[in-house]
Write a protein that binds this ligand. Structure first.
Ligand code: NCD
Length: 321
């Protein structure tokens, strides 16, 4: 019988899945499973982060991710502060680094940052000694989204090694795609990316993925599809003529899913543009796990907050068991 390697979490930050080992990713997924059990209790709270303060520092809009981090921190008994761009000194020209240093001077413990610039989370992490968790930086990475996607796949399929996952949509502008590619390939999944030619980033095959421009082919070979939103806010670069044409060529419909493997899993990180990347019937259909992804996000973020706050410790989250 294979014995599981004991892994110690040593990183003060979570910046991206590119920077984690397979074992570190598995450690987060294992801890998330324990924390998910906490969410089923009548009293959904453990004292794990009592006395710690988590700051949600969001420079971009967010519904799910910000709420999910806030709930995760509160379920761990941390104090939570939310800072949004529109109502903070960011509006007065304060830099990200100055804001971070001030949050450190205010004796907070973890900054969860979302920023429109790729690399912002890493830059912040180098400027402060408190923990930084990347909640999405530009086109770069969105590690907790990929972790919750992978957690959901593991729950549904039992394992990640050897499964076929097709990521369909705006690959070029998607931090969700990049984090999923890093995470899934490290855990042994076969990943295919599917998009119009103009939305496939140059060199993506070097990350170990297959490429196709045919959505039917991407669906046919998949145990799961992860469908991405068109990132209209990030230079769409005229990759296709209209959303109507996009839906016709790349939209996921019940008709298209007829050629899929039985039980194919349909995922989407949200927010969904119904009738653009996916029909309403598919979004709400029997194969969709989209809302389960959202629930799993809390457990995964509890695990991440726990691990970065207790870096260098090796024990299981005993409060959760
Ligand atoms: C994603 C994001 O912001 O990167 N959403 C999310 O966090 N759930 C994907 C998107 O905006 O399309």
């Amino acid at each position: 019988m294979a014995t599981k390697k004991i892994v110690t979490w040593t990183k003060k930050d979570l910046l991206g899945l590119e920077y984690l080992t397979k074992e570190e990713i598995e450690l987060i997924l294992d801890d998330a499973r324990s924390f998910k059990e906490v969410l089923t209790r009548p009293l959904r709270k453990v004292p794990t982060l009592r006395g710690k303060t988590v700051v949600n520092l969001f420079y971009e809009p967010s519904t799910r991710t910000r709420t999910s981090f806030e709930l995760a921190a509160k379920r761990l008994s941390a104090d939570v502060i939310n800072i949004v761009k529109e109502s903070s000194s960011i509006q007065k020209g304060e830099t990200l680094i100055d804001t971070g240093r001030n949050l450190e001077a205010l004796k907070t413990d973890i900054i969860v940052v979302r920023h429109n610039c790729s690399g912002a989370a890493m830059m912040l992490s180098r400027s402060v000694s408190i923990s930084v968790v990347n909640a999405g930086d530009g086109w770069h990475e969105h590690p907790t989204q990929a972790l919750l996607d992978i957690f959901t796949l593991k729950e549904k399929l039992g394992a990640i090694n050897g499964i076929n996952v097709s990521i369909i949509g705006d690959i070029a502008h998607s931090r969700v795609a990049r984090s999923n590619i890093w995470g899934l390939t490290k855990l042994g999944a076969n990943v295919t990316v599917c998009a119009p030619e103009g939305l496939i980033p140059a060199g993506i095959e070097e990350l170990g993925v297959k490429i196709t421009n045919s959505v039917d082919e991407a669906i046919k070979r998949a145990d799961a599809i992860n469908v991405l939103r068109m990132q209209f806010e990030r230079d769409r670069a005229e990759a296709f003529p209209s959303t109507i044409e996009y839906f016709k060529t790349f939209g996921i419909t019940e008709e298209r899913l007829k050629n899929a493997k039985k039980g194919i899993i349909v995922m989407h990180p949200g927010p969904i543009n119904r009738g653009v990347e996916m029909s309403a019937e598919v979004a709400d259909g029997a194969n969709s796990v989209i809302l389960e992804q959202v629930t799993n996000g809390i457990a995964v973020r509890m695990a991440v907050l726990y691990l970065v706050a207790h870096a260098k410790r090796e024990e299981a989250p005993t409060d959760a068991v």
